[in-house]
Design a protein around this ligand. Structure first.
Ligand code: ARG
Length: 464
């Protein structure tokens, strides 16, 4: 005889290694609160429908709150023999309150139960993720605000391209995170659909009230097909894909920070509290934190690939393969939350070395486009202006000087259109201020971006 909750038709008990292989308790126990909330709502509904007595429902709810307290206080003993969080809690409930405990699972299967728990859990966690996104966005805005007038080179092909405001660069990450936030809003909406009542796959013979449970648990909608309700993992795939994209953003930011704090760039310095040293090389101060964020990104992308692969050829409805959804999702969640939080700290503690940034702009040719634009504004066709500027750059490189070092006479050798205002026109400040097209890097545009970013934070900061 098996001593399992489902042991009736079995003659032997489960092999010990098999028990361990199929148990999910070690990772699904983190959904204990959701499992208990779901069971309470289910018990109340069963009583309201006259499927169990009010007295049984009361006993069940009281027993479950007791178990919740025990787990919260770390006094609950989880057992691998009981497979998962659902059966661990149900067995403890029945041990505590007797036969009423055995009525809780009426009109329910673990298939719709685990779906419910995971929906509840993700719905809650996604709000946490969104809050952490806002925290990081706040730090980006603060850093942009503090460094409003700092100019550094913008790059294409990792070659200095045009002078831009450092704040403009930081705000590009704000925008990426804004889209991440919205993607998680979508994940929230898909997690906000109630699967309970699907039973194992086909619904139930009992006269249940799914609206009651949805209302009790504050769900916005109910799955309309029981097969879909127990086999849908789209909301987890959406979560993993939103998490992967967000991690890719953090990884790009990290990569830039790693470059910026290298000796070669020397654009920023990270706080000592956020770096580590080398056990051998005494001079080292390593940007391990952004390196790890960049490294962990691969892991999160891996979890997305894993779940896509798990689900891709599954027949309807529930298959045990689906238990494999959780470890990857939980790990992606932990990794993303941790990474968002550490990135916020890194940005908050990052010192901007504005003099080095300035030098990188001064001692280069990132103002060559502005030189060409100057001639275009004096009616020279852009192609010709480009050619003249290119020749001037070439001349400077030959002489080991920069455009600003040329005299007006030298400029005039290349085009009679150059006037006394040319030196002013190619100063980094002028170049930046002049890029005043909508969304450009000018002081005015960046100020507008900062205002809009702050407004957006205000409008989204108080989400439930
Ligand atoms: N631990 C299982 C999971 O995570 C719960 C559902 C099990 N259902 C079943 N019929 N074996 O998917």
């Amino acid at each position: 005889m098996s001593d399992k909750l489902w042991g009736g038709r079995f003659e032997k008990s489960t092999d010990e290694m098999i028990n361990e292989f199929q148990a999910s308790i070690n990772f699904d126990k983190r959904m204990y609160r959701e499992d208990i909330e779901g069971s309470m709502a289910h018990a109340k509904m069963l009583a309201a429908q006259g499927i169990i007595t009010d007295d049984d429902a009361k006993k069940i709810c009281a027993g479950l709150s007791d178990i919740l307290k025990q787990i919260d206080a770390d006094e609950f003993k989880f057992s691998v023999e009981l497979e998962d969080i659902h059966m661990n809690i149900e067995a403890a409930l029945t041990a505590a309150i007797g036969v009423a405990g055995g009525r809780l699972h009426t009109a329910r299967s673990r298939n719709d139960q685990v779906a419910l728990d995971t929906h509840l859990y993700m719905r809650r966690q996604v709000r946490e993720v969104q809050r952490l996104i806002l925290d990081l966005q706040m730090e980006l805005i603060k850093a942009a605000d503090k460094n409003r007038d700092v100019i550094f080179p913008g790059y294409t092909h990792l070659q200095r391209a045009q002078p831009i405001l450092f704040a403009h660069h930081l705000l590009a990450y704000f925008c990426m995170l804004q889209r991440d936030w919205a993607r998680f809003e979508g994940v929230h909406d898909r997690a906000d659909i109630m699967p309970l009542g699907a039973g194992a796959l086909a619904g139930t013979t009992f006269d249940i009230d799914r609206e009651f449970v949805a209302h009790e648990l504050n769900f916005s909608a109910i799955y309309s097909n029981s097969l879909d309700a127990v086999s849908d993992r789209d909301y987890l795939l959406e979560f993993l894909s939103a998490a992967s994209i967000a991690m890719v953003h953090l990884s790009r930011l990290s990569e830039e920070i790693i470059l910026w704090c290298s000796r070669e760039f020397s654009f920023v310095e990270l706080d000592d509290a956020h770096c580590t040293g080398s056990s051998m090389m005494p001079q080292k101060k390593n940007p391990d934190v952004p390196e790890l964020v960049r490294g962990k990104t691969g892991r999160v992308i891996g979890h997305l690939m894993a779940l896509l692969t798990t689900v891709k050829a599954l027949p309807l409805a529930y298959n045990k393969d689906l238990q494999e959804d959780k470890e990857g999702v939980f790990d992606a969640l932990d990794t993303l939350k941790f990474s968002l939080a550490v990135c916020a700290q890194i940005i908050a503690g990052m010192k901007v070395r504005r003099d080095n940034m300035r030098r990188a702009v001064e001692e280069d040719f990132s103002n060559a486009t502005d030189l060409a634009d100057y001639l275009v504004k004096k009616a020279l066709p852009f192609r010709q202006a480009h050619e003249v500027s290119g020749k001037l750059v070439h001349r400077c490189i030959e002489r080991g000087i920069y455009l600003k070092d040329l005299t007006l006479e030298e400029f005039k050798e290349f085009s009679p259109l150059f006037g006394a205002d040319i030196h002013e026109a190619i100063k980094p400040e002028t170049c930046v201020a002049a890029r005043n097209s909508q969304g450009g890097t000018s002081y005015q545009q960046v100020n507008l971006q900062i205002i809009a970013a702050k407004d957006w934070i205000k409008a989204h900061g108080n989400d439930d």
